[in-house]
Design a protein around this ligand. Structure first.
Ligand code: C2E
Ligand code: MG
Ligand code: MG
Ligand code: MG
Length: 280
């Protein structure tokens, strides 16, 4: 009897919940299962020298293949993984995968390869203990700190500047380079550029993609490239899709780029083939 009542109350409960809420609960459940069953994998998007087409960098991007629902975009699940704290576990897995993969590829195909990892604000809590441990972990495994690079977004710096900057400084001292990702889309403030020396500034794809159709976007890209140069940061243009965008960026003095024109994110096997071809 208790069982019947239980079922009825669940029925009542679900009927009165918004579908958004239920979808969210389901996503949380599915994410926990995904971590347990290792349903994630990484793809690697080449970051290319726009003049020589040489590849010495790549960005690791997570993919989730859900057994029933198919591919789910990181744009959908990363924010939820961040909210429930599961991103910490996922990111530790990413770090281990990427550092070992980069180490292997450096030894076999490309001695100066560096692979960047996207990081979330949650990982910088408690004085950035988690990311600080990454530098120590690389040393313990005999992996060069140049094998990995870290991407952060502007939002991260808004949350707790002092704590985040302190953690990033420790990483930089140990030789891990830092990129500011999606530059220009967050609560952009120049003060953090003054207070912290990033190695790379990634121009957000929204500016790059409108370069050839909107003079304001072109002007912003050019200004960002000049500014970064003066601040001793290298620029990486994101989301390059056309030859024209590439030419405009090269003309403006941008040397590194990423985008479908150059290469889509690749599987481990395909990225490896690219490195092999590059050596021939
Ligand atoms: P992001 O870090 O800015 O990554 C760049 C996104 O742009 C990737 O989408 C990439 O596939 C896409 N992209 C690259 N070239 C082009 C292009 O030419 N045109 C267009 N339209 N898109 C291009 P993706 O893989 O769906 O990732 C979306 C976002 O999810 C990432 O933006 C990042 O913020 C987050 N993300 C992805 N992987 C991870 C991860 O491992 N950890 C964390 N914390 N976040 C991740
Ligand atoms: Mg990124
Ligand atoms: Mg980006
Ligand atoms: Mg983005």
């Amino acid at each position: 009897r208790a069982k019947t009542r239980g079922r009825n109350s669940i029925h009542y409960f679900t009927e009165n919940m918004s579908t958004d809420f239920l979808k969210r609960m389901e996503m949380i459940d599915d994410l926990r299962t995904a971590v347990e069953q290792q349903q994630f994998h990484l793809v690697y998007q080449p970051i290319v020298d726009l003049r020589t087409h040489q590849i010495t960098k790549a960005e690791a991007l997570i993919r989730w293949h859900h057994p029933q629902k198919g591919m789910i975009s990181p744009i959908e699940f990363i924010p939820i993984a961040e909210e429930i704290g599961l991103i910490v576990e996922i990111s530790e897995w990413i770090f281990n995968q990427v550092s070992q993969q980069a180490h292997e590829w450096r030894q076999r195909y490309c001695a100066n390869l560096s692979i960047s990892i996207n990081t979330s604000p949650v990982q910088y809590r408690n004085e950035g203990k988690l990311v600080k441990a990454w530098a120590d972990s690389l040393i313990a495994q005999g992996i060069s700190s140049e094998a990995i690079s870290i991407e952060i977004t502007e939002h991260l710096l808004m949350e707790n500047q002092a704590e985040v900057v302190e953690a990033l400084e420790k990483l930089r001292q140990q030789g891990i380079t830092i990129s500011i990702d999606d530059f220009g889309t967050g609560y952009c403030s120049f003060s953090y550029l003054k207070n912290f020396a990033f190695d790379y500034l990634k121009i957000d794809q929204s500016f790059v993609q409108n370069m050839s159709i909107d003079n304001n976007d072109a002007a912003l890209c050019e200004a960002i490239i000049v500014m970064a140069g003066k601040l001793n940061m290298q620029v990486i243009a994101e989301g390059i899709e056309t030859e024209e965008q590439k030419q405009l960026l090269v003309a403006a003095g941008c040397t590194l780029g990423q985008g479908y024109l150059l290469s889509k994110p690749l599987s481990v096997a395909d990225f490896e083939q690219l490195l092999i071809k590059q050596n021939q």
